[in-house]
Design a protein. Structure first.
Length: 277
């Protein structure tokens, strides 16, 4: 028997997405994101479903909350209003807003109103108090990738799993010098469709937010994912948003006070003071 003799041969079916994988350069992928996804400056959704889960392997438990409906308005780069409705009465379960560096969360059932700076955390018994509207905003409105930036530089990687091949466009922050460069973002693009299927955000080299996408559709020339799941590693929660494409409006006219969420009379006001992200 020769050393090169085949002992056993097994036929393995090639996944269809492997065979259909397309080839693209870094420049083409940056253009794809900036011209197909990161086009919308604002977005309104009149009908959506939201599912909230708290806990993880690290906490030793996972709690899934009853799904609810809601609506939202988002405007880049830093403004959003989100109202989650009671499925029985259609009254507000949770309202949250952010504009600039501040945020507000109002929970009528507990008569609590939180406000504070977006760069601080709060470890509350009620996990919804650890949600920050701008975390969701990053998943809803895709940010542009840098072009000809001296500080932020994109790079290209490849990956695969049992079913798909991916291009990964990463972004590093070169503030300071090359030795202190830090990874800030990754975008996963499935190669058979060239659709954005995942985003990851990093702070100080650590993963803080993972956003998964599914069910893309083109609305007014913009690719919008109807299924968005935001997973926050540090705060141990995830939120899934299922948008009704019929209720999505691209770059709608927005009233001046859309992102205001004033404290209701008699509410317990909590000013968030905690650890910086």
């Amino acid at each position: 028997m020769s050393c090169g003799a085949v002992r056993k041969r097994t036929t393995i079916e090639t996944p269809p997405a492997y065979a259909a994988a397309r080839v693209a350069s870094l420049e083409e992928l940056v253009q794809l994101i900036n011209e197909r996804y990161a086009v919308a400056k604002a977005l309104s959704v009149s009908s959506l479903k939201v599912e909230f889960t708290s806990g993880s392997v690290e906490t030793g438990y996972v709690e899934e909350y009853r799904g609810a409906k809601g609506y939202l308005v988002a405007q880049g780069p830093d403004s959003m209003y989100f109202n989650i409705l009671n499925p029985l009465t259609s009254s507000t379960l949770v309202a949250m807003a952010t504009a600039g560096k501040t945020f507000q969360i109002w929970i009528p059932r507990e008569n609590k109103y939180l406000t504070g700076n977006t760069d601080v955390e709060l470890e509350e018994e009620n996990p919804i108090f650890n949600v920050r509207p701008h975390h969701l905003l990053k998943g809803i409105l895709v940010e542009r990738l840098p072009v000809e930036s001296f500080r932020y530089r994109p790079f290209l990687e490849e990956a695969e799993d049992a079913r798909h091949k991916y291009y990964i466009v990463g972004v590093i922050d070169l503030e300071g010098d090359a030795r202190s460069a830090q990874l800030v973002r990754k975008l996963w693009i499935e190669r058979s469709t060239l659709h954005l299927v995942r985003q990851q955000y990093y702070e100080s080299g650590a993963l803080v937010s993972s956003i998964r996408y599914a069910e893309p559709s083109e609305i007014d020339g913009v690719l919008i994912n109807s299924d968005i799941r935001v997973e926050r590693t540090r705060e141990n929660y995830s939120i899934r948003l299922e948008l009704d494409p019929e209720g999505v409006r691209i770059n709608p006219s927005i009233r001046e006070n859309t992102f205001d969420l004033p404290a209701p009379p008699g509410a317990e006001r909590i000013v968030v003071e905690g650890t910086k992200n």
